[in-house]
Design a protein around this ligand. Structure first.
Ligand SMILES: *[C@@H]1O[C@H](CO)[C@@H](O)[C@H](O)[C@H]1NC(C)=O
Ligand SMILES: *[C@@H]1O[C@H](CO)[C@@H](O)[C@H](O)[C@H]1NC(C)=O
Ligand SMILES: *[C@@H]1O[C@H](CO)[C@@H](O)[C@H](O)[C@H]1NC(C)=O
Ligand SMILES: *[C@@H]1O[C@H](CO)[C@@H](O)[C@H](O)[C@H]1NC(C)=O
Ligand SMILES: *[C@@H]1O[C@H](CO)[C@@H](O)[C@H](O)[C@H]1NC(C)=O
Ligand SMILES: *[C@@H]1O[C@H](CO)[C@@H](O)[C@H](O)[C@H]1NC(C)=O
Ligand SMILES: *[C@@H]1O[C@H](CO)[C@@H](O)[C@H](O)[C@H]1NC(C)=O
Ligand SMILES: *[C@@H]1O[C@H](CO)[C@@H](O)[C@H](O)[C@H]1NC(C)=O
Ligand SMILES: *[C@@H]1O[C@H](CO)[C@@H](O)[C@H](O)[C@H]1NC(C)=O
Ligand SMILES: *[C@@H]1O[C@H](CO)[C@@H](O)[C@H](O)[C@H]1NC(C)=O
Length: 296
């Protein structure tokens, strides 16, 4: 049933328009073979190797006025391998989407990448936030709005002001009709706690205006990221499986341990769950099947 749940989740996920999404400045062209372009090529070709070690990274190359500042951020739950793959794609896409631009940002499924001719580290930027919603609508949008507002207002405080959270926080919990609510927020760690909070506050405002009738939504911002769904989009089983396949040596050992831990946790949850929700089981099964048929 869990597997069925995750396959439904993956089908739903495809309902989004595919990344990459880019924002270009359009007003500051560099020319072919200029020092700026050479610096940009140098930076862009090196970032994916850094991404196999660091999930958030900044650098700069060259001297003014041709200096290139760059920063990327992977979503905290993705593996280093995925982060590196994502940044490799982003560093290509950003040049395809914004050719000649001295400033640009691109958002992929698992990461975001920015560059500019001027330093932007430490400054909050919520201009051009891009909302994206799950194409599948929800039958009780008011209930979801309440949960979104309540859960996310707590979550963004934790992400911004709890130093151990390091500007990343997730929360899941029960929703209506046997569904569960999963949410995630993340800030660029060069921001101050106050700016992280402001960024995520704007992101909440944006989701409440754009995406009320939808089952899930994300906000792509230069300075932060916010997403919620009615399925586990972080730490999902497919994520672990893919890591197992590509992992090597110590890494796969760690993953085997992680997966066994998760599996035993799930078992305990399942036993407790069937005990407490024994009576509700039949209705839930029916609901699960219904949503499976809806998709086909
Ligand atoms: C840049 O140009 C693209 C394509 O012409 C346009 O869609 C986009 O809105 C422009 N961006 C800005 C910041 O003006
Ligand atoms: C930048 O380049 C694009 C495409 O080559 C061109 O359409 C645009 O007019 C240029 N903008 C400036 C400010 O030079
Ligand atoms: C960055 O490029 C823009 C447009 O060409 C220019 O106005 C600005 O002064 C540049 N900034 C720096 C720090 O070179
Ligand atoms: C980032 O990558 C470059 C090129 O591979 C390397 O020279 C540099 O040491 C790396 N930086 C960090 C902090 O890993
Ligand atoms: C979802 O709801 C919105 C607003 O109520 C509507 O415009 C849209 O067509 C609906 N989409 C689907 C797939 O039902
Ligand atoms: C969200 O909750 C805050 C308090 O936490 C409240 O002030 C605000 O009006 C709520 N917004 C919506 C859209 O329900
Ligand atoms: C930029 O990257 C360096 C490592 O290359 C790191 O020490 C520094 O903290 C980063 N700065 C910010 C503001 O994130
Ligand atoms: C996000 O919210 C801010 C602040 O309310 C607003 O200025 C901006 O236009 C919103 N962006 C989108 C895409 O809704
Ligand atoms: C996801 O994984 C991270 C690190 O492995 C862990 O800290 C977090 O609790 C996990 N979250 C869920 C919902 O399983
Ligand atoms: C994991 O993925 C591989 C290929 O991507 C597939 O062959 C295998 O059946 C999957 N295993 C599980 C347990 O889902």
């Amino acid at each position: 049933m869990l597997l069925l749940y995750f396959s439904i989740a993956n089908i739903l996920d495809v309902a989004y328009t595919d990344p990459p999404n880019g924002l270009c400045s359009n007003n500051s062209n560099y020319t072919d073979n200029s020092p700026f372009q050479n610096n940009l090529e140098t930076v862009m070709s090196s970032l994916s190797s850094n991404a196999s070690v660091s999930k958030i990274f900044n650098t700069s190359t060259g001297i003014d006025p041709d200096r290139v500042y760059a920063q990327y951020m992977c979503l905290n739950y993705v593996t280093h391998e995925k982060c590196s793959t994502c940044i490799a794609a982003a560093s290509q896409d950003i040049r395809t989407l914004c050719p000649g631009d001295k400033e640009a940002v691109v958002w992929e499924e698992d990461c975001q990448l920015r560059y500019s001719n001027q330093s932007f580290l430490g400054s909050l930027d919520v201009s051009g936030n891009i909302p994206q919603y799950n194409a599948k609508n929800i039958s009780n949008p008011e209930d979801l709005s309440l949960v979104v507002n309540k859960t996310l207002s707590g979550l963004i405080k934790k992400a911004a002001f709890d130093p151990s959270a390091n500007m990343y926080a997730t929360e899941d919990g029960p929703f209506t009709n046997g569904d569960s609510f999963f949410s995630l927020v993340q800030c660029s760690t060069d921001l101050s706690p106050n700016d992280c909070y402001k960024c995520l506050e704007v992101a909440i405002k944006n989701v409440t205006t754009c995406c009320k009738s939808s089952r899930g939504a994300r906000i792509f911002s230069r300075s932060c990221y916010l997403r919620y769904e009615l399925y586990a989009f972080y730490n999902s089983t497919t994520e672990s499986n893919q890591t197992m396949v590509t992992g090597k040596g110590n890494k796969s050992e760690i993953w085997i341990i992680t997966i066994s831990t998760v599996a035993s946790t799930l078992l305990v949850v399942a036993i407790l769950g069937s005990f407490f929700y024994h009576l509700a089981m039949k209705t839930r099964m029916r609901k699960c099947k219904d949503s499976f048929y809806e998709i086909h």
